[in-house]
Design a binder for this molecule. Structure first.
Ligand code: PLP
Length: 441
């Protein structure tokens, strides 16, 4: 990739410098923010202002599931914006009604009525409120290795270090251990029995257990087959709901519509965002069972946003689901995902710094280790809100030098390409990561 010089010596072009001066970077020390200007994106690739082209092996923030520049979604949004750019949530549009119907069709079991918002964070906020209103109980159990959003409710149920600066957060949030076979001393199935005991000790005060069915940014953790069914049983035995946060695992990433479909589990409440519109518009959704929906016939649902179900966003969501269905992208993710898994396992064979590879479909992680037998992680940067390893950052940077963007977090490369990726494109990206892993070996 091109080496850039600039008169100011900061390596930024004028647009990037203006952006850095006037727009906050998220989750960052601002002095470290170094935005790169993207000028074009098409299919699984994007191009920067320098003319460098990258394979998008993480769908940007694990959200561009349909790849870039899908005209059909752009046209649907354009048409809606010209017909009626905005109507308040008390009105509706054809796109909103049809999207609600579609979500009831593609989500598991009886889940049928959706609360709309504009992000994953807001979808989780709505889930917390709905669970509290419905059960009349306040506490939410979530897990340590989790991310559920950035606002006060959703960051309080988040387990990873991003929560620390916002603590103590909202009252009534309790963290439980994770099903993390590679990195935890607890066996995954022991961890669910631990939650059973927690519920026992909390008495009848827990509204819900909230989990990512397959953990995303905290390392692509796939629990054993029996874990999620047992977790639902444990929740229901104690009068608590099961909330599945499908913001990252949903919309085909796992080769099923949703992460909980991998385990054949129907949650009581499910949150969605990211792949819901394929990232063409910001949209969040929280879908519930008919029993929960009925509760709010006679009890007020005290929640809402100006842009809940914004006409342009629901137009994008509806068009995106049509594409997933008509192009059979869920089945495709399962098939191509097998190939991706094989190619990643080859990397594990070649590189001693690959400690563990895991995942399902097009949702995969490569966890790096300083010492393969002892599973020693690379040093974490304790001064970071979200600790990353400088080594894993360097692996990503080297892969980028070889033309592939791959996200990472806490010692793990997060591989989540658009569902449209081909085997040849996977080969290209794997070659770039192969070069990157030379750095960590
Ligand atoms: N839940 C999960 C599982 C996520 O991965 C994320 C974001 O990465 C969120 C919630 C928050 O979504 P958003 O960033 O759209 O607010």
């Amino acid at each position: 990739m091109s080496e850039r010089e600039s008169a100011e010596g900061d390596g930024l072009n004028d647009i990037e410098r203006t952006d850095k001066e006037h727009v906050f970077g998220t989750w960052s020390y601002q002095k470290e923010v170094s935005p790169t200007q993207v000028v074009d994106a098409d299919g699984v690739r994007f191009t920067t202002a320098d003319g460098d082209e990258y394979i998008d092996f993480s769908s940007q923030l694990m959200c561009s599931n349909l790849g870039h520049s899908a005209d059909r979604i752009a046209d649907a949004v354009d048409e809606q914006m010209r017909d009626a750019a905005y109507v308040s949530p008390g009105y509706t549009t054809e796109n909103r009604a049809k999207l609600g119907e579609k979500l009831a069709e593609i989500t598991p079991g009886e889940l049928s009525k959706t609360f709309l918002s504009t992000s994953g964070t807001e979808a989780v906020e709505a889930a917390i409120k709905i669970a509290r209103f419905y059960t009349g109980k306040q506490k939410i159990i979530s897990r340590y290795r989790s991310y559920h959003g950035a606002t006060y409710g959703s960051i309080s149920v988040t387990g990873d270090p991003r929560r620390l600066e916002s603590e103590p957060g909202i009252p009534g949030t309790i963290k439980a251990p994770d099903p993390y076979a590679y990195g935890s001393t607890l066996d995954p199935m022991e961890s669910v029995e631990y939650i059973d005991e927690m519920l026992e000790l909390e008495g009848d005060t827990v509204a819900a257990i909230l989990v990512e069915p397959i953990v995303g940014s905290n390392g692509i953790l796939v629990p054993p087959e029996e874990y999620l069914p047992r977790l639902k049983e444990v929740a229901h035995d104690h009068g608590a709901l099961l909330i599945c946060d499908e913001v990252m695992a949903g919309f085909g990433r796992t080769g099923e519509w949703f992460g909980c479909d991998v385990f054949d589990v129907e949650p009581d409440i499910m949150t969605m965002a990211k792949g819901l519109t394929g990232a063409y518009q910001p949209l969040g959704a929280t879908i519930v069972t008919p029993e929960i929906a009925d509760h709010f016939e006679e009890n007020m649902l005290c929640h809402g946003h100006t842009y809940a179900g914004h006409p342009a966003a629901v137009a994008a969501g509806r068009a995106a689901i049509d594409i997933y269905q008509e192009e059979n992208l869920i089945e495709r993710a399962s098939e191509v995902g097998e190939y991706l898994g094989d190619r990643i396992d080859e990397l594990a064979d070649r590189h001693p710094s690959v400690g563990d590879t895991r995942g399902v479909g097009l949702f995969r992680g490569i966890e790096l280790t300083k010492h393969p037998e002892k599973r020693v992680p690379f040093g974490e940067r304790a001064d970071k809100i979200s600790p990353g390893s400088t080594v894993v950052d360097e692996v990503s940077a080297t892969a980028a030098d070889h033309g592939t963007y791959v996200a990472n977090m806490i010692n793990t490369l997060i591989i989540a390409p658009p569902l449209t990726i081909t085997e040849d494109e996977i080969d290209e990206a794997i070659a770039a990561i192969d070069a990157g892993l030379e750095v960590s070996d």
